[in-house]
Design a protein around this ligand. Structure first.
Ligand code: PLP
Length: 713
């Protein structure tokens, strides 16, 4: 599955579409040539709103997975979001409604309901109820019919719509039809609504979401677009000459035009993002407001003659103003979110620049053509998994490794592109998810390979060879079994790998063992290749393999701990020279400072007693956040105001106590550093780990989910 992040061209075209809508409502060329303006705003620009519909159908139905309860919840959430936005937009325009006399004599409950359900309380707001109605119809049909049937039904609805819109002239030839349409127009002002207009585009979007397009069809899409676009122009000109239209929103060739355009843009690679998507929404919502504002400005400054009377300048002014206001709104909405309650209790600061630096350093140690697979398991070693992978993905890392299925799905859902390898075991029950999310599964044994194959679905895998780690993988000397693993019909082998157990050790015997493991691996691969089998990309070294330069042959290396600028142990020495910079620092706050009499017990278990009258501060971090409980017994300390302060008493679940008697001025709210630098003092993650008799990996991956991750350049 491709995720939202890939749809840059869709996102960008939506901005263009929003500007086309502004054109429809301002008529940029009317000052110069009415007919040209008609061609542009009455025909060309009409692809804008259907484009919004098809994109909505696409994005929504990507999330529909065929699990009834979950899908219903997805649809409900979507509709709730659109309804909220609609409600907000209605409120925003209320003052303008009042000013424009909306609530005058012909206002009734009936007109209000009709407007809210179909026409919108402002001329552009019909889009929101149309989207909601369209989504309801689409999901109703989706549960019952195949796509061809859905398209036929939506096509018929569209035809009814056409006859109330650009082809209305045909209706007037029949008294009966004319009477029917007159009745219909009592319910809504136009047929370009959620009933007749939106469904076909939403369904086409859903269809594209369910039947992914491939790269080869780009030319076809471009050609299809060009052809239908020209036909739509001709159609628009002809119905106009025939004086058929009652309104000019719906054309027959608008459907293929939008379908091909959307498909074409979908096949382009580009980066969009939430900002640009929100911007579009707000340009759409706010542009009539910008029109009112520009008129007001024109009047107030006496520049109406240019600003309003010249249609093109008017259009440009409205567009610029709408973009500016929308930008401010989006910034305001997003800023409020990030400002709320950050760095309150316990947080890890993640230095993105250091991550990028470490990546470059590690790549420098690899052969030029070799790939680096970023190991992002265990919440990216505690650094925050989707975020770290996103940053790396954006700067070109195309291979990721995770421990388990859920971690892989989380990355895909956040739009991570490229290969995601699951290093661990995945239950056979979840094979369909492996496929759906395009995850690569490690084949951990011959038996597992056979079971995977029996699922009968094409699956990407890497074969794992156990060369002496004694964990996952088929034993290197079971060559018959290994060959069988490669020969399964449904398993598409894209890589082969093994894992080293002592590549961090400078001990001679260990170095020999690592060499032996590597030899065993390449031996297996040679035999695989002799059988005419392609083993795919090879990888055996992880961080310490790279740092000690143990293998030169493999096309890829898996880096975990080193990527985060850390060594597993404080006093490790490695062969290659490299400048690694720690990415993470860990902080909390002083929440209370109190004077405690000599001889008082601190914390659970009364393990610690004050030897003199002391200033004791409580700190807002505990073992549930990853601080080992016995750290005080091991002589653990923290940094506050650039000085060391010992941890006193057992670490609690959410808090710990420190002695700050020797540090003047410590007060509530002070930042406490558990890993990182404060003034001239530093505590490294390696130091903390060795104090607790463990390795750095355990400390950082144990940083709890409550700890906020704050990303800074
Ligand atoms: C965790 C893991 C890695 C990453 O190891 P680092 O020493 O952190 O670089 C690589 N390969 C496998 C199979 C792993 O489980």
């Amino acid at each position: 599955m491709v995720s939202k992040e890939n749809y840059g061209f869709i996102d960008h075209f939506k901005v263009i579409a929003a500007i086309l809508v502004i054109a429809i409502h301002t008529g940029p060329f009317t000052t110069y040539n009415e007919y040209v303006d008609f061609l542009f705003t009455g025909i060309v620009a009409r692809l804008a709103v259907p484009f919004f519909f098809i994109a909505s159908g696409f994005l929504l139905f990507q999330k529909i997975r065929g699990e009834a309860a979950q899908d219903r919840a997805t649809i409900h959430r979507y509709i709730a979001r659109i309804a909220t936005l609609y409600g907000l937009a209605v409120l925003i325009y209320l003052p303008i409604n009042v000013y424009a006399g909306y609530f005058s004599s012909d206002f009734t409950v009936y007109t209000l309901v009709k407007d809210i359900l179909f026409d919108g309380t402002m001329y552009h707001l019909w889009y929101f109820p149309a989207l909601i109605t369209g989504v309801l119809i689409t999901s109703f049909l989706y549960q019952r019919f195949s796509f061809p049937v859905m398209l036929v039904i939506a096509g018929l609805l569209y035809m009814i719509g056409l006859l109330g819109d650009s082809y209305y002239g045909l209706i007037e030839q029949s008294d009966l039809l004319h009477a029917i349409y007159t009745q219909m127009f009592m319910l809504f002002d136009y047929t370009r609504n959620g009933l007749f207009f939106a469904p076909i585009y939403l369904i086409l979007g859903a269809w594209i979401a369910k039947r992914p397009l491939t790269g080869q069809t780009r030319g076809v899409m471009a050609f299809g677009f060009a052809l239908s676009f020209v036909l739509m122009l001709i159609e628009g000109i002809l119905v106009n000459q025939g004086k058929l239209p009652r309104h000019d929103s719906m054309y027959i060739f608008l459907v293929p035009t939008v379908y091909f355009l959307f498909s074409f843009l979908l096949l382009q690679k580009g980066r969009g993002g939430p900002y640009i998507r929100q911007l579009t929404t707000w340009i759409y919502i706010l542009h009539p407001f910008a029109i009112v504002l520009v008129r007001g400005i024109g009047k107030a400054t006496g520049t109406s003659a240019i600003l309003v009377e010249n249609s093109f300048i008017h259009f440009v002014a409205v567009t610029l103003l709408a973009i500016c206001i929308s930008h401010v709104v989006v910034r305001f909405l997003t800023r409020k979110k990030t400002k709320r309650a950050t760095k309150q209790r316990a947080w890890a600061e993640i230095k993105v620049a250091h991550l990028k630096h470490n990546l470059e350093e590690l790549k420098r140690l690899l052969p030029p053509a070799a790939e680096l697979m970023a190991v992002a398991k265990a919440n990216a070693y505690g650094h925050g998994s989707p975020q770290i992978a996103k940053i790396l993905n954006q700067i070109g890392v195309g291979h990721f490794a995770v421990a388990e299925l859920e971690e892989g799905i989380a990355l895909r859902k956040q739009g991570i592109k490229g290969e995601i390898l699951i290093l661990g075991y995945t239950s056979l029950k979840n094979v369909s998810e492996l496929i759906h999310y395009k995850l690569t599964q490690t084949v951990i044994s011959e038996e597992y390979a056979a079971s995977l194959d029996e699922c009968g679905k094409k699956l990407q895998v890497h074969i794992k060879i156990d060369t002496g780690m004694g964990r996952l993988g088929e034993a290197h000397d079971n060559i018959g079994k290994i060959l069988r693993m490669y020969r399964h019909e449904h398993l598409q082998v894209t890589g082969s790998y093994s894992h080293l157990s002592v590549s961090d050790s400078p001990n001679h015997e260990d170095i020999a063992y690592t060499k032996e493991q590597i030899d065993r691996f390449h031996n297996v691969i040679r035999q695989v290749e002799l059988e005419g089998i392609n083993p795919g990309i090879l990888h055996i070294q992880s961080s310490y393999g790279i740092l000690n330069g143990v293998d030169e042959i493999c096309g890829m290396s898996r880096a975990g701990i080193a990527l985060f600028g850390l060594l597993s142990k404080e006093d490790d020495v490695v062969n290659r020279s490299i400048d690694l910079r720690p990415v993470l620092s860990l902080h909390a706050r002083v929440t209370l400072v109190k004077t405690i009499q000599a001889g008082s017990a601190i914390s659970y278990g009364r393990n610690y007693r004050t030897s003199k009258n002391s200033q004791i501060a409580t700190v807002s971090i505990g073992y549930a956040d990853g601080i080992p409980r016995r750290l005080s017994e091991a002589g653990g300390y923290v940094l506050v105001r650039g000085q060391r302060a010992s941890i006193v008493g057992n670490v609690c679940m959410d808090q710990l106590m420190i002695d700050v008697t020797h540090i003047p001025g410590v007060k509530e709210g002070d930042v406490v550093t558990l890993i990182g630098q404060d003034g001239g003092e530093t505590i490294t993650a390696e130091q903390l780990a060795s104090r607790c008799n463990t390795i750095t990996n355990e400390i950082v991956s144990g940083i709890g989910s409550r700890v906020e991750r704050v990303y800074v350049e």
